[in-house]
Design a protein around this ligand. Structure first.
Ligand SMILES: Nc1ncnc2c1ncn2[C@@H]1O[C@H](COP(=O)(O)OP(=O)(O)OP(=O)(O)O)[C@@H](O)[C@H]1O
Ligand SMILES: [Mg+2]
Length: 203
C-alpha cells in the first residue's frame, strides 16, 4: 500500500496553513486518512531544530549552518513520520518541504539550488512529494498578513521577492508534479482549484 504525499510551498503569509486545513477536512470527508505535518518539524527532534533555526535569538546565523539544520530536521521527519505514513497508505499534507530549502537557502541566500537539493535528497533518501502546491502572492501583500515575524520572516523585502520568484521558477520546470495557485483570490477560490487537482490525482 502506498499513500500520497502533498507539500504546500510559498512565502510567508500566502495562505498555506489555511489551505492545508481546508484540504485536510475535505479529504477526510472523502474517506481518506490524512496526516497533517510541517517543516521544519514533525518530530520532537525536528521541532527542537525548528525552534533553534527560526529563533530571533540567532540573528546572523551562518547560512551553511542554517541549510544543514533544515536538512537535518527534514531527514528525521521523513524517516520517522512521512515514510511510515506513506507505507500505511495515508495522504500526507506537509507545510513546506524541499522546495522551501531550495528557494530560501539555495536562491535567496545564494548557496546554490543544486547543492541544497542534493543535501535534502541525501537526508531523505531521495523522497519527493507526489504533488507540490505553490501558493503564489506578491510579498508586498503577503508580508502584511504576518504577525510576530520569526528570524526568516524578518529578512528584508528583497529576500522575500527572491523566494517568491524561486518558487515560481521551480514549479514551472515540472507542471506534472506542481500546481501553482494564484493566492490573491479568496480562500474559497484557492481551495476549489487545489481540491480539483488533488482529486484528479487521487482518482
Ligand atoms: N485568500 C485569502 N485572502 C485573504 N486573507 C487570507 C487568505 N488566505 C489566508 N488569509 C489570511 O492571511 C493570514 C495568513 O494565512 P496563513 O496563516 O494561512 O498563511 P501561511 O502561508 O500559512 O503563513 P505562514 O508562512 O506565516 O505560516 C491569515 O490571517 C489568514 O486568515
Ligand atoms: Mg502557516
Amino acid at each position: 500500500m502506498t499513500g500520497y504525499f502533498i507539500a504546500f510551498e510559498g512565502g510567508e503569509g500566502v495562505g498555506k496553513s489555511t489551505q492545508e486545513a481546508l484540504l485536510a477536512d475535505y479529504l477526510t470527508q472523502q474517506g481518506h486518512v490524512v496526516l497533517r505535518t510541517r517543516e521544519p518539524g514533525g518530530t520532537p527532534a525536528a521541532e527542537q531544530i525548528r525552534d533553534t533555526v527560526l529563533s530571533r535569538a540567532h540573528e546572523g546565523m551562518n547560512p551553511q549552518s542554517e541549510a544543514l539544520l533544515f536538512a537535518a530536521a527534514r531527514g528525521d521527519h521523513v524517516a520517522r513520520v512521512v515514510r511510515p505514513a506513506l507505507a500505511r497508505g495515508d495522504v500526507i499534507i506537509s507545510d513546506r518541504y524541499i522546495d522551501s530549502s531550495i528557494s530560501y537557502q539555495g536562491y535567496a541566500r545564494a548557496l546554490g539550488a543544486d547543492r541544497i537539493k542534493d543535501l535534502s535528497m541525501w537526508a531523505t533518501g531521495g523522497l519527493l512529494p507526489d504533488l507540490t502546491i505553490v501558493m503564489a502572492l506578491d510579498p508586498e501583500v503577503s508580508m502584511k498578513r504576518v504577525v510576530n515575524p520569526d528570524r526568516l520572516e524578518s529578512e528584508p523585502m528583497q529576500y522575500h521577492r527572491d523566494v517568491a520568484d524561486a518558487f515560481l521558477e521551480i514549479a514551472a520546470q515540472d507542471p506534472n508534479r506542481y500546481l501553482i495557485v494564484d493566492a490573491a483570490g479568496t480562500k474559497e477560490e484557492s481551495a476549489r482549484v487545489i481540491r480539483e487537482r488533488v482529486m484528479q490525482e487521487l482518482n
